[in-house]
Design a protein around this ligand. Structure first.
Ligand SMILES: *Cc1c(COP(=O)(O)O)cnc(C)c1O
Length: 396
């Protein structure tokens, strides 16, 4: 309540301690095994979040020049950044080479050629991995499954060997590693281990060709508990990896697992509206602020901020003010609600603010970080003027 009074509604709130603990859980599970935990910036790219992780020594998985600049601004090291993404532009490649990223995760032959050309033009060798598509079913939502043949990501694992040969012969490329990322919100280790087995088979093949792989990047995708679901034991997952890979360095790219459960989205009940069929709680937060429910039909637990709230008991649908039927945050929740109540949507730290937009000309909400008893604004709420500050009238 104190936070709502100080910063207004709606609001994202992140716990610094939870972010730190989540990252350390990955890092410490590796023990002495060579590794780098590269936080996937797209999950939550606020520079305060990145700075907390940079201070722990985190690496970063980036997918654009914007993310690269955020990491640098937040005190992260370029030499710990892996650059993923299906269509890196010339400008992005130049900048990444200039600052010295750890590795490019290459997703196609054309991209490989482009990186070689750009590297040549600035006279600096580009460290690369090829992202292979191991064709395993991550058994997750189709929009966040990336490891099947039908996806746009990576190169077919069967075709990777030729691409590696090409990379190995290119003057301005340096083969460093092998990369895969099979999807997101994966709650069982078996697809990860299946993918690893396929990747390792390729590593042996490459070895036979005289191409050595110095690190394996196994991507992100570790799921979190949104609704009491059983999820992955990180220590057991990492132990299983270590058991299979000998002394090869491992890179992981967790995003959701670092920040998902470290953040909540708080929204205020504006109006209650009941008809014979439905009970709607119209809240001040909407799909532009937290897209996951509309986009993936994702579930976020809803808790009252004031636990002693007394109100109308019903099965409420939480809907936003946007002119779309798809604008909902939660459906059929047993809650006692009054107008003016604050509600917390739990586990909203990942793919929450970072997927937000200005749809319906709604200024994006504020973000706050808490650490023990302290709290600070880490992104100011946008103003209405901000919405059109970059727009111009057509003159004449
Ligand atoms: C999205 C993404 C990640 C992070 O996925 P999470 O499910 O948030 O862990 C890591 N690597 C790549 C290449 C990605 O596209």
């Amino acid at each position: 309540m104190e936070l709502m009074d100080a910063y207004g509604s709606p609001l994202y709130v992140y716990s610094r301690t939870d972010i730190e603990n989540n990252w350390r859980e990955f890092d410490q599970a590796f023990g002495a095994h060579p590794h780098l935990v590269c936080y996937a910036v797209k999950a939550n790219s606020n520079i305060a979040v990145l700075n907390v992780l940079a201070k722990l020594g985190s690496g970063f998985d980036i997918v654009s020049i914007g993310e690269l600049e955020r990491v640098l601004k937040a005190g992260g090291e370029a030499s710990k950044c892996v650059f993923s993404g299906v269509a890196k532009t010339v400008i992005e490649i130049e900048r990444a080479l200039e600052v010295g990223v750890r590795c490019f995760n290459v997703e196609s032959e054309s991209e490989l050629d482009r990186i070689n050309t750009v590297a040549k033009s600035i006279g600096k060798k580009a460290p690369i991995s090829i992202r292979v598509n191991p064709n395993v079913d991550a058994k997750t939502h189709p929009y966040i499954s990336t490891g099947l043949k039908e996806n746009k990501f990576g190169v077919d694992i069967g075709e990777a060997i030729d691409l590696y040969k090409k990379a190995n012969n290119a003057d301005y490329l340096e083969v460093q590693g092998l990369d895969c990322h099979i999807g997101s919100q994966i709650t069982d280790v078996s697809p990860f281990l299946d993918a690893l087995d396929k990747v390792l088979a390729l590593v042996w093949q490459l070895n036979d060709e005289g191409i050595s792989i110095h690190h394996l990047d196994l991507g992100g995708g570790v799921g979190i508990d949104y609704d009491g679901e059983q999820t992955i034991n990180i220590k057991a997952y990492i132990d299983a990896i270590i058991n299979k890979v000998g002394q090869t360095e491992i890179i992981l790219e967790p995003g959701r697992a670092i920040v998902g459960n470290a953040g909540i989205f708080v929204t205020k009940v504006e109006f209650l509206k009941q008809n014979s069929e439905h009970s709607f709680a119209i809240v001040d937060g909407a799909m532009n602020d937290l897209l996951r429910p509309s986009f993936y039909n994702a579930y976020h637990q809803v808790l009252p901020v004031n636990e002693n709230a007394t109100g109308t008991k019903a099965q409420w649908d939480l809907v936003g003010p946007i002119c779309e039927t798809g604008d909902f945050l939660a459906k059929n929740r047993d809650l006692s609600l009054s107008e003016g109540d604050y509600l917390a949507l739990m586990s909203a730290g990942a793919y929450g603010f970072s997927m937000s937009s200005n749809y319906n000309s709604r200024p994006r909400v504020a973000e706050v970080m808490v650490s023990g008893e302290n709290h600070q604004l880490v992104r100011k709420r946008e103003s209405v003027q901000d919405l059109f500050a970059k727009e111009r009238l057509y003159e004449g």
